[in-house]
Design a protein around this ligand. Structure first.
Ligand code: ADP
Length: 195
């Protein structure tokens, strides 16, 4: 039987990484797309392509620097789309191989911050959305990343709002109280296990 791919996403500060770790603790194989993208950024073929397109401006000691890249693409949708066209297909391919390596599993989880924005939700069989009110999310990220409210809000600007995401999601974990969120995750885990 085909391994089902469950996307796990949520706006910044919703607690999707926290929930991804919780599902992993239940024994679910979890692919963290952001972590894999960071590794892929440093692979020789990627380094070559990034150097060709963006030049020395984004390199530190011969490797692409994430902060410099972010600064270059921040105000340029065109440059962001070029960067995405280098990274996204490589992550997609890496994910496909990872799923093949888990072909004995009933389901696996792919955690991605931009699951909807990147269009990769279309390749998922079901989607779990993690939500929390915006003011709580802002507080969490200010504490976690030691950044200002304005910086958090500007990162939120590029993300779809929850209403749009909820319409395309099969399961929603409202993560205000962590124990309640874990209980909801347990219910979803059971449903997916018994699918
Ligand atoms: P995301 O991956 O969606 O950006 P995280 O899982 O990193 O969010 O959570 C953001 C911050 O809020 C982290 O420091 C995390 O420990 C904390 N956090 C997550 N869920 C809760 C919760 N229910 N109550 C309190 N703090 C939480």
């Amino acid at each position: 039987m085909k391994t089902r791919v469950i996307g796990l996403t949520g706006g910044i500060g919703s607690g999707k990484s926290t929930m991804a770790k919780y599902f992993a603790s239940l024994g679910v194989p979890v692919y963290i797309a952001d972590d894999e993208a960071k590794k892929i950024l440093l692979e020789p073929q990627t380094v070559k392509e990034i150097a060709e397109v963006f030049g020395d401006e984004v390199m530190v000691n011969g490797l692409p620097d994430r902060k410099k890249l972010a600064a270059v693409v921040f105000n340029s949708p065109e440059k962001l789309s070029v960067l995405n066209s280098i990274i996204h297909p490589k992550v997609r391919e890496d994910f496909r191989k990872w799923v093949d390596n888990h072909s004995n599993e009933k389901f696996v989880i792919k955690e991605a911050a931009i699951l909807f924005e990147s269009g990769s939700y279309k390749e998922c069989d079901d989607i779990i959305l993690v939500t929390a009110p915006q003011d709580i999310r802002v507080q969490r990220v200010m504490q976690r990343d030691n950044v200002t409210r304005e910086e958090v809000l500007s990162r939120m600007d590029n993300q779809w709002d929850d209403q749009k995401k909820a319409a395309l999601s099969s399961y929603i974990i409202n993560n205000i109280n962590l124990n309640d969120a874990k209980k909801k995750a347990d219910e979803i885990f059971k449903l997916l296990k018994d699918w």
